[in-house]
Design a binder for this molecule. Structure first.
Ligand code: NAD
Length: 296
């Protein structure tokens, strides 16, 4: 069992840290939000008064922050963690950030002789709570083998997709496909409803036909079709529209860097931006259906 410093205890980091405590690790945690720290303390973690204090005697450092600037700030900013992490510690960033940022932080870690992985996750808040996340890992294979027992305390599937930054690229590929498919599914259901079709029957048919996807079967965007989907509880408690918008922006940036063309990804990014401008940025991303069906 390891001494783990966990920084960033939000919707994802909070339950991930709690699962590491349950797995028997000693957790020292830090977040800017006092409420998040209280919740982690109740789950059995020791609360630190700063990120630097959290990592002081850590064997493993894990971060789960909103975006690139938070991760670069934490590790590379003034008095950043690269100046505090003990020799030999393993560093794992699970945030979804730009591949270029992940590489930059990993290079700074390597310059200090520290092993680092980018290990963004898929599975959402439900997967974080249940300990069934998928980890999409970039970095060296031997570093992943060192991290594996820790990652297994939070997730079920672990994919090694390449060198530093590759985990972030793969995560963006997955989320770009998801964002496009969700918008397309909402549009298809809205077309059917405009012709008087029952969205539940239409979804059941699509779920056993070639239009099937996670969006029809698990996170259906039409309210009332699936009882447990965010759409049936006012689009709350899922993966936020603005997080999807962030990921599609990162995908567009990554495409420009490599020269790849992503016409559907760019179009989807605009749909989520419109949904955000319409005041739905904090709702689950399946609320993007409201761009074409504003009255639901
Ligand atoms: P969140 O906003 O709920 O949590 C982020 C936490 O980081 C907050 O508690 C915030 O106070 C804290 N924080 C920010 N800067 C900090 C700093 N410098 N030091 C300490 N704490 C700091 O976000 P989330 O939903 O937990 O998502 C975290 C990451 O996981 C994001 O990159 C997101 O894209 C990714 N992700 C989210 C989901 C999801 O379903 N929510 C799914 C997969 C991946």
């Amino acid at each position: 069992m390891s001494r783990i410093a966990f920084i960033g205890l939000g919707n994802m980091g909070g339950p991930m840290a709690a699962n590491l405590v349950k797995a028997g690790h000693a957790l020292r945690v830090f977040d800017l939000s006092a409420a998040s720290m209280q919740a982690a303390s109740a789950a059995g973690a020791v609360v630190a008064s700063s990120a630097a204090e959290a990592v002081a005697d850590a064997e493993v450092v894990i971060s789960m922050l909103p975006a690139s600037r938070h991760v670069e700030g934490l590790y590379l900013g003034a008095d950043g963690l690269m100046g505090h992490i003990p020799e030999g510690a393993l560093v794992i960033d699970c945030s979804t950030i730009a591949p270029a940022s992940a590489r930059k932080v990993a290079e700074a870690a390597a310059a200090r002789g520290l092993q680092m992985l980018d290990a963004p996750v898929s599975g959402g808040t439900a997967g974080a709570a249940a300990g069934t996340l998928t980890f999409i890992v970039g970095g060296q294979a031997d570093t992943l083998e060192r991290a594996r027992p820790v990652l297994q305390g939070m997730g079920r599937n672990i994919f090694h997709v390449g060198a530093s930054g590759a985990g972030q690229v793969a995560k963006l590929c997955n989320n770009m496909a998801l964002g496009v498919i969700m918008a397309a599914t909402g549009e298809a259901l809205a077309l059917g409803v405009s012709h008087g079709l029952d969205p539940a029957v239409l979804s059941q048919m699509m779920a056993v036909s070639t239009g099937r996807s996670w969006a029809t079967e698990v996170c259906n965007p039409w309210p009332g079709v699936l009882e447990n989907a965010p759409s049936s509880r006012g689009y709350t408690g899922g993966f936020g529209n603005d997080l999807m918008l962030k990921d599609l922006g990162l995908a567009a940036e990554a495409a420009m860097q490599s020269g790849a063309t992503i016409p559907l990804g760019e179009l989807a990014r605009n749909l989520y931006a419109i949904n955000s401008r319409n005041g739905h940025g904090g709702l689950d991303f399946s609320s993007v259906v409201r761009v074409v069906a504003p009255d639901i």
